[in-house]
Design a protein around this ligand. Structure first.
Ligand SMILES: Nc1ncnc2c1ncn2[C@@H]1O[C@H](COP(=O)(O)OP(=O)(O)OP(=O)(O)O)[C@@H](O)[C@H]1O
Length: 232
């Protein structure tokens, strides 16, 4: 479902006129099949976020292609990419990125409002999803009234509410203690198993990568040989 082929990217750094080009991705080729959890592992600075940003279409690669669901997304223009992203990707971040002025319910509801889904249908969808991820009791709470684990559940529910086939998660347990990390990893596993959602998880944590069907390890912009994979 996701094919990344021979991706190269470099950043220009330094003063204008004296820029130096620093290569960050040096020919990355990888595949993620539908229904898999894939982990992209690597130390700080290895190029993980750059790879995720290119996969999500927030940045164009210098060269190489990205294909998602048979669409070559690296060939789309900005507005085509924005529309594609809305339909195909949900996002989960390390620091949750919830709207502080909205309740848990309203945060999850927001993407449906943006899509113009009608009130009754919206509320029913949010109620159903909140129940399935164990959030019903905190529906009226604001983010600062929730634990880290609850906030991450809200952010996962917000990512799922529009039913995207793929969730892109950047260090989804990076701000959580180890017990809460296990709960969130179990939630990701069950969403993958029960709903068939494909996950691409960026992490530096082997424990997180442990739930993946497929692991890629980035070092200095290159994938290391020996991709680990087991069946879904
Ligand atoms: N906009 C930019 N301009 C210049 N250099 C950049 C830019 N973004 C990233 N870099 C550099 O590219 C390299 C890879 O960065 P990237 O953020 O992709 O790594 P990462 O593996 O996600 O790291 P971390 O785990 O710390 O987020 C780093 O050396 C970084 O300094």
């Amino acid at each position: 479902m996701i094919y990344i082929n021979n991706l190269h990217h470099a950043f220009a750094i330094g003063k204008k006129g004296e820029e130096q080009t620093v290569p960050v991705l040096k020919g990355v080729t990888l595949e993620v099949r539908q229904g898999e959890i894939a982990a992209i592992l690597g130390k700080s600075g290895s190029g993980k976020s750059t790879l995720l940003n290119i996969l999500a279409g927030f940045m164009a690669p210098e060269s190489g292609t990205v294909t998602v669901n048979k669409h070559e997304t690296s060939a789309l223009n900005e507005s085509q990419m924005a529309a594609f992203r809305l339909e195909n990707f949900g996002f989960v971040f390390q620091n949750f990125q919830l709207m502080p002025g909205l309740t848990a319910f309203e945060n999850i509801e927001l993407p449906l409002k943006i899509k113009g889904i009608e009130n009754e249908e919206r509320k029913a969808a949010v109620r159903g999803l909140m129940a399935s991820v164990g959030l019903t009791e905190v529906a009226g709470h604001y983010p600062n009234e929730l634990s880290g684990g609850q906030q991450q559940r809200v952010s996962i529910a917000r990512a799922l509410i529009t039913k995207p086939p793929v969730i892109l998660a950047d260090e989804p347990t990076g701000s959580l203690d180890s017990e809460t990390e296990q709960e969130i990893l179990e939630l990701i596993r069950s969403l993958n198993r029960d709903l068939g959602i494909t996950f691409v998880i960026i992490t530096h944590d082997d424990e997180v990568a442990g739930i993946a069907h497929r692991q890629y390890r980035l070092r200095d912009g290159e994938l290391m040989k020996g991709e680990k994979r087991h069946a879904v």
